[in-house]
Structure formats: C-alpha cells, structure tokens
Design a binder for this molecule. Structure first.
Ligand SMILES: [Zn+2]
Length: 326
C-alpha cells in the first residue's frame, strides 16, 4: 500500500497495514491529527482531539477496528489541548495514558475551563475576533482530564499487540515535552506538533535549535509516511521545508537582535521578509510573533515572553491587519 504525501481527506486513512492516520482539515488552530495502531487483540491511540464531540466522532469512526482490538494505550504527543482534551472518552480500567514527564507536568497549565471562559467572554475587538477564529469551533465544557499513568524521560518502547512503537522525547521545542511516535517495522512516524504542514508552526517553548534537532531526528529515521500534528500527510520534503522556515526566522531574528533593533520592529520587519518567501503561503502567519519572541528569549536571557493574553493580542493585531489588507 502506498499513501501519497499531500493526502488530507477528513477522517481515517490507512497509511500502512493496520496503521491509520485520523486527519482534520484544514489543520489551523485546534484542527489536529491523531493516529491508531491496531495490533493483535489491542490497539494504541496517538492523541485525542480538542473537544469531546470531535473525539467521540473519531472514536466512532475507529470502532470497526477497536471493537475487537480495544484501545489499551493512549500516547499524547504533548500537553496542548488539541492533542489530549478528549482523553476521558478513552479512559477505562487498564488503559494507560503515556507521555513524556515534561509534557505530563504541563498538562494542567491551560485548563479547559480557562478556554471555555475565554471563548464565551469575547468582544468584537481584534482580540475577540481572533479568539473566535482560533477557538470558536470547539466546545470546552465538560472536559475532565484523566491522570497520565506513564511519564517517561528520553525513550519509551511500547508494545501494541505485537507492534513496536518507539516513543522519543524530543522537546523542549514546540512545548516543553514533545514526543515522536515511530513505528520502525512500518516506517511510519507520528510527529505531533513537531510538524505543521502547510501551516505556520508555533514555538511556545523553544529553543529553535531543539526544534531543528527534532526535525533532523525525523530525517534520520527516513520514514515512508509521516503524519504531522496539523496538515496533510507528508514526507521528508515537508520536514525540510519546516526546517527551512526555522533557519530563516532564526537567522533574521539573530541579525536584527545583533543590530540593536527593538523586538516589535524586528517582528514587523521579519514578517515583511516572509512575504517574499515560500512560507508566505502557509496559514496562521501571525504565529511569527511567538516564534520571534521565543528566539529573542534565547538571545537575551533577561527577556521573558509577554503573558498569554498579550501574546494573543499581538497575534490578533497581526491577523486582523493581514485580513484587512487581503
Ligand atoms: Zn496541535
């Protein structure tokens, strides 16, 4: 069976015998991908989705496979809600929830109730419009996260009914505790949010060198199919393209910092540069704000990123300005 990079049909796609991607176009804010590995007598799930309705839809679509091979292990690739807020729907006696110890520590940093309050209380200003754009399609009520049962460091090998799944901690990069799930027999990689395809990545944690190293780890695996955290199925071209984005933003940020430019000016200037690059086609361009801030923090240890609301305000202003220009 061969699955082509670029496939982005909604729902379950078999990427190798008994190995499935669950894809959610269009891959922008909150529209994440997941995976299912069906073994002998049991299955493993890679990530749940941003709310209970979407996760239930996914589990229903997986039911023909999981009714006889029930999900025994759930891997969360990191702590962002669009990869774990549906966990409770898979919770049952004997089911393990597995992630890195660092991701486990981040799991309660953004409680679903906070997102529920944020999306319900918005106004019609730039911030309100942006939050509705990013999170308005999801229902954050009723979410109660079950405890992680296995928090590993570095590596963890999982057996899913006779199928080997190697879990590799590659964070901090996108978040503090990013995990790759690699199936060496099938040469399938579930990348979590180490890979955004056709969308701009967002580097909450960094350092950028850590993210680039994680991409190099993927390149060394030489997978036959890669399931990104957001966007269509991809291959090493997709990985190299994202690597190119981070190299460019890293270089542009370092140059401007060394030249004494102020951070806000640097963000604007780098954003203009992106206009003339292949990355201008990617969605969620406003995430440049966070990416430059995070690289800046690496260059200037006394700098701390603004709080989340200020950061969203900055992305909102960038998003609305672009929307109005279009
Ligand atoms: Zn995500």
């Amino acid at each position: 069976m061969s699955v082509t990079a670029g496939v982005f049909a909604k729902g379950l796609v078999e990427v190798a015998d008994g190995v499935f991607a669950y894809l959610q176009p269009d891959g922008t804010w909150g529209w994440s991908n997941a995976g299912l590995i069906v073994g002998e007598g049991e299955s493993a799930l890679v990530d749940t989705l941003f709310d209970l309705r979407l996760t239930q839809q996914m589990l229903d679509e997986m039911a023909p496979h999981t009714s006889r091979q029930p999900i025994a292990n759930v891997v969360n690739t990191h702590a962002n809600g669009d990869h774990c807020y549906g966990n409770q729907l898979v919770a049952a006696p004997g089911v393990d929830f597995i992630t890195s110890a660092s991701a486990m520590a981040e799991m309660d940093e953004v409680p679903p109730a906070l997102l529920a309050a944020l999306t319900e209380g918005v106004g019609d200003d730039a911030l309100g419009r942006y939050i509705t754009h990013a999170f308005g399609s999801f229902d954050f009520n009723g979410i109660e996260m079950p405890d992680v049962t296995v928090g590993f460091t570095d590596r963890h090998e999982l057996d899913a009914g006779g199928r080997q799944i190697d879990l590799l901690e590659v964070g901090p990069a996108h978040t503090g505790g990013d995990v790759l799930a690699w199936l060496p027999e099938e040469r399938v990689l579930f990348a979590g949010d180490i890979l955004f395809i056709e969308g701009t990545p967002i580097m909450w944690a960094g350092p950028v060198s850590g993210w680039i190293a994680a991409l190099d780890t993927i390149i060394d695996f030489d997978p036959s199919v890669i399931v990104p955290g957001h966007g269509p199925l991809t291959d090493l071209d997709g990985v190299r393209s994202l690597r190119g984005y981070f190299e460019l933003v890293d270089r542009l940020t370092t140059e401007r910092h060394a030249g004494g430019m102020a951070l806000d000016d640097a963000i604007r200037d780098i954003d203009d540069h992106i206009d003339d690059s292949p990355f201008c086609e990617w969605s969620d361009r406003e995430r440049i704000v966070v990416n430059v801030q995070t690289i800046w923090r690496g260059l200037e240890p006394t700098f701390t990123n603004p709080d989340v609301l200020t950061t969203f305000q900055m992305m909102a202003d960038n998003y609305v300005a672009r929307e109005e220009k279009a």
